[in-house]
Design a protein around this ligand. Structure first.
Ligand code: HGY
Ligand code: MN
Ligand code: MN
Ligand code: MN
Length: 407
């Protein structure tokens, strides 16, 4: 059985993981930032070294395509993920899947394998959604879920405009988004959760992915003096926010359902120790594998926001992203399981708690994901870790399934 060049893959993961460190050593490559450009430049350099055709579309999605005159008319097998990161990130989230995709292509090329169709690797723009919302943005455009114009006009948390930033960093490409219609899509990713490690399994065959609802809540009250204003006479945006957040998290925890709720950002205005907040702005990340349960959680939140608004404050909600749960292609899931067993690797089917580009590509092609374990289930954290042997094993499963789908 052919196998990937593990040292080359691991070396590239570490080399890309060193790009975009701030003065405190934190890894930050937010979409279309200068550090994102550095990561992109490194990746494109590797694509060119591998003699792949490089294509960049208008929203900055990068493709490395291995094609021959014999197969260039066929729909390609696409392997992808992302190389943008969250703030203070680990080095594996997204990058592992992109670099493993490149590694698989280089290994297949070197082995003399001649695919019946092109094989391409993609790094999609702004999967993380930290600077611009929604997340999985580049793959959503690729799948036709939103127009390039809408996305290029997106205003970031720093007031920047995505289209201008992509042009500034040299990644406003000329290809029309969606130009590459995949025959099938594969994504290899760290699990970012505790399941595989807890069960001592090296491979996850991901069969579905939970729905996601991102909202921004703005609560407006009246700034007043912290010392002179009786509690009964306050329009306290901070107190209302605290009540909504406590309700949401306590209710979700008490439900014992798979639903998860996160309030990851919050800010008060004027944000002074002795001023009753006039405004509170916070974001909500709600997820559930079941669409009905997700809708029920959204409805409960909406009802409570109505209630909170009676506390002399006004409340407005902006929906930042909303994606339904996704079921992946059973045929590919079965290939992943069979490939793992052939290599003597333990495997189980599982749900993805995290959002991924695969959930967008699943709209236009048969798609599935391969997971490898995350130490302590930690991710979106510099402690993110997966053992070298597990990283190589996952990439070999990607190789085997890719070879089958490209034959
Ligand atoms: O939020 C997510 O699940 C993804 O990592 N953007
Ligand atoms: Mn990711
Ligand atoms: Mn992520
Ligand atoms: Mn993700």
């Amino acid at each position: 059985m052919i196998a990937i060049d593990g040292q080359r893959l691991l070396g590239r993961i570490r080399e890309l993981g060193a790009v975009g460190r701030d003065s405190e050593g934190r890894l930050i490559r937010l979409a279309a930032s200068d550090t994102d450009r550095q990561g992109r430049d490194l990746f494109v350099g590797w694509l060119r070294q591998a003699a792949l055709d490089v294509a960049i579309d208008r929203v900055g999605n990068i493709f490395g395509i291995w094609q021959s005159p014999e197969n260039t008319g066929q729909a390609p097998l696409l392997i992808g993920s992302h190389i943008d990161t969250v703030i203070d990130a680990g080095i594996y989230d997204g990058c592992y899947g992109v670099l493993a995709g490149l590694e698989v292509i280089e290994t297949l090329k070197a082995s003399g394998f001649s695919p019946s169709r092109p094989v391409a690797v993609a790094a999609f723009t702004n999967e993380e959604g930290v600077r611009y919302t929604p997340d999985m943005m580049g793959s959503l455009v690729h799948a036709g879920g939103v127009s390039a114009e809408t996305v290029l006009a997106a205003v970031g948390t720093d007031g920047s405009v995505l289209g201008q930033e992509l042009a500034r960093i040299g990644y406003a490409g000329d290809r029309e988004p969606g130009f590459l219609k995949p025959h099938a899509y594969l994504e290899l990713h760290i699990e970012q959760g505790p399941v595989l490690e807890r069960e001592g399994l090296p491979i996850g065959a991901v069969e579905n992915l939970q729905g996601i609802s991102w909202q921004r809540v703005t609560i407006d009250g009246v700034a007043n003096h912290a010392g002179t204003t009786p509690m009964s006479m306050r329009n306290d945006a901070g107190h209302a926010a605290a009540r909504v957040i406590t309700f949401l998290l306590d209710r979700t925890k008490a439900s014992n359902a798979p639903t998860v709720a996160t309030v990851g950002t919050i800010r008060f205005e004027p944000n002074a120790i002795n001023v009753i907040p006039s405004r509170a702005v916070f974001t909500i990340d709600l997820r559930d594998p079941d669409e009905r349960r997700l809708q029920a959680a959204e409805a409960a939140l909406a009802a409570y926001l109505e209630l909170a608004a009676t506390e002399n404050v006004t409340i407005s909600v902006e929906q930042l992203a909303r994606f339904e749960p996704v079921i992946f292609d059973l045929g590919i899931v079965e290939r992943i399981e069979a490939a793992a067993r052939t290599r003597g690797l333990g495997v189980r089917r599982m749900t993805s708690g995290a959002g991924h580009d695969a959930q967008m590509l699943a709209r236009i092609a048969p798609a599935a994901m391969i997971f490898v374990p995350s130490a302590d289930g930690i991710s979106h954290n510099p402690r993110e870790h997966t053992d070298d042997a597990e990283l190589v094993a996952g990439a070999n499963i990607l190789l085997d399934v890719a070879a089958q789908l490209a034959k």
